[in-house]
Design a protein around this ligand. Structure first.
Ligand code: AGP
Length: 616
């Protein structure tokens, strides 16, 4: 969940690292730190501060490190040891021979620490990471290269890790290792420089030529390139590829927050995603990255969709698409539950994982379970080359561009569009979709970006609602059918960024318990659009109102009946029934954003959260 970055080149490393840390801060903001080293070695200069990056930035103003052209930097999401200056990364060994930053958990750190202490090592922090520096130091002192020292150290660590290390004894070198699914390391190949980081956002400003470290690989990076070995020390080839993401998408532009920018980008992200997956004349579904999965789609007789958080909600919607468009029985499971079951997956089962980052540890572990069971796997992902795309047989990429807000928005709606395309592809493979229906379904999909654009038109509605309801501490979001996952997603957005206790409920459940909560101070949002079993949800609205509760309804444009009934209504344009969830998601995104602003919350860096969850 932490952000890690390294730089070896010809420019002063500190400003490069700091700029990259801005791009990674969404991964953790309990503390930040950098370590830099001059080309001829000497002493490593470490600066680290508790709290947000601004604190580190202020401390670095006093540092003259212009001659240091190698360095590593870290933003921390604390696991072992409370947030503090001392527990901030980088960590160094006693003699200062090795400096380390780390993302992951050293599960056996207590035993290692006890052993190292008995050998005379003195620890200064409470972190698990410091054990890595001490372990490496012994190996470096015995004459091992830094690469070997890291590789051998990794073999002694339990758990998943992504590690960067450097040493004044071997200047101009950074070593990097990935063990398990604690998060990726992207290596960027620049001109006379290499930059490596937890994710693309921090690499793209300097280069689009990148390589991804796979599980078990260790790399040695100098300013002219990298060499790679596997866990046994044998050389391995790691392909370098060009990434076609515009680095400008990593900037906030005219918007005060990434989240608002990303909400507003949805028409374009959807349009890019849809155009990459389907064409209208002739009506075709491309899904060009399905790879070896393509030929096996016709034999699929069951689909299991998995994901976490927002991506799980997208999977729930995808399930309905697959049942309706492909006629294949489909089910959804939370990846963190699926991975600990012994799922029964026959030879003709397809597991569809949804993960915008492609690095979420529970999804990756669930995919390993599916792989062991021999299932065909397709992943829906927004990050080219991410780990999920390497595990699955095929990928359906969303084209949302970089998503920086911790609260996922455009990646949710584009994942729904991608799942729709995959369901059409399955429907074709099963011979269930004729040319006429395919044309119609594709037309429905291509109308969605415009409808989302119109749903985004009036921010004023949300500002007024937030003014009125910003003191609400509890919120029920009700939806039926395809609007149920929309309700879950809306409640998650509200919880994440405005800290209002919000629950998404299948509206039919309301009478089975939650209705006891309703009193005149209680706020309910009802997704009451035309295709969300509207007549049924209208009864729910009446039941809430009969008990004095207040109701905001999300309705289809021109629905006079619900307009009269609810306290306030938010209108969205009509689209095809199956695609309504994409448009119906927008109001809760904007309401959550407006509530967060009104309540003075940090929209892009909500407390306790990290964008990519790479630890259990
Ligand atoms: C979304 O707002 C959340 N930040 C979170 O639920 C997220 O969707 C989840 O962690 C899954 O991430 P992934 O799509 O990268 O796998």
């Amino acid at each position: 969940m932490c952000g890690i970055v390294g730089y070896v080149g010809t420019e002063p490393a500190a400003p490069v690292l700091l700029s990259a840390l801005h791009d990674l801060e969404y991964r953790g903001y309990d503390s930040a730190g950098i370590a830099v080293l001059e080309p001829d070695g000497g002493v490593v200069s470490i600066t680290k501060r508790e709290g947000k990056l601004a604190n580190l930035e202020a401390a670095l103003n006093a540092l003259d490190a212009s001659a240091a052209t190698t360095g590593i930097g870290h933003t921390r999401w604390a696991t072992h040891g409370r947030p503090s200056d001392i527990n901030a990364h980088p960590h160094r060994s006693c003699a200062g021979e090795v400096v380390v930053i780390h993302n992951g958990i050293v599960e056996n750190y207590a035993e290692l620490r006890a052993r190292l202490r008995a050998e005379g090592h003195e620890f200064v922090s409470e972190t698990d990471t410091e054990t890595i520096a001490h372990l490496m130091e012994g190996l470096v002192k015995s004459g091992r290269s830094l690469l070997d020292a890291l590789r051998i150290t990794c073999s002694q660590l339990e758990g998943s890790q992504a590690i960067l290390a450097m040493s004044p004894t071997q200047p101009g070198i950074i070593v990097a290792a990935r063990v398990g699914n604690a998060g990726g390391i992207v290596l960027g190949y620049g001109k006379d420089e290499m930059v490596l980081a937890s994710d693309l956002a921090a690499v793209l400003p300097r280069t689009r030529q990148v390589a991804f470290l796979a599980d078990g690989q260790v790399a040695e990076i100098t300013k002219t390139g990298a060499r790679y070995v596997n866990e046994h020390g044998s050389p391995v080839d790691v392909p370098v590829r060009e990434i076609d993401i515009d680095p400008a998408s990593a900037l906030k532009g005219q918007y005060p927050h990434f989240m608002l920018k990303e909400i507003m980008e949805q028409p374009e992200s959807l349009s890019d995603t849809i155009q990459s997956l389907v064409s209208q004349e002739p009506p075709e579904v491309h899904c060009a990255d399905l790879g070896p999965a393509e030929a096996r789609l016709a034999s699929i007789d069951r689909v299991v969709l998995i994901g976490m958080g927002t991506s799980l909600h997208a999977a729930m919607i995808g399930r309905r698409f697959i049942e309706e468009l492909a006629g294949i029985p489909a089910e959804v499971d939370n990846a963190s539950e699926f991975r600990y079951r012994d799922p029964i997956l026959g030879p003709n089962a397809l597991v569809v994982s949804v993960s915008q980052s492609g690095e979420t540890v529970d999804v990756l572990e669930a995919m390993n379970v599916a792989r062991a069971a021999g299932a065909l796997q397709v992943t829906i992902c927004n990050t080219q080359g991410a780990q999920t795309t390497r595990v699955a047989h095929g990928t359906v990429y969303t084209r949302a561009g970089l998503e920086r807000g911790v609260a996922s928005t455009k990646c949710f709606t584009t994942a729904i569009a991608a799942l729709y395309a995959l369901a059409l592809r399955l429907g074709l493979a099963k011979g269930r979709l004729g040319p006429g229906e395919l044309r119609e379904r594709i037309q429905d999909l291509t109308r969605v970006p415009d409808a989302v654009g119109r749903a985004l038109d009036d921010m004023g509605v949300y500002t007024r609602l937030a003014d009125q309801y910003h003191e609400a501490e509890h919120l029920l979001v009700l939806g039926r059918g395809l609007a149920f996952p929309v309700a879950l997603e809306g409640a998650l957005k509200m919880k994440e960024i405005s800290y209002v206790h919000a629950e998404g409920y299948a509206a039919g459940e309301m009478k089975h318990g939650p209705i006891a909560l309703i009193d005149p101070s209680f706020l309910t949002v009802a997704i009451a659009t035309t295709h969300a079993l509207r007549s049924k949800i209208v009864s729910n609205i009446e039941q809430v109102q009969a008990r004095g509760g207040r109701v905001i309804a999300v309705i289809t444009e021109g629905d006079a009946h619900v307009t009269r009934l609810a306290d306030q209504c938010i209108e969205i344009p009509a689209v095809a029934p199956l695609l309504e969830p994409i448009v119906a998601t927008v109001p809760m995104q904007l309401l959550s954003y407006a509530m967060a602003l009104r309540r003075g919350c940090d929209v892009d860096q909500p407390r306790n959260l990290a964008k990519t969850v790479t630890v259990e």
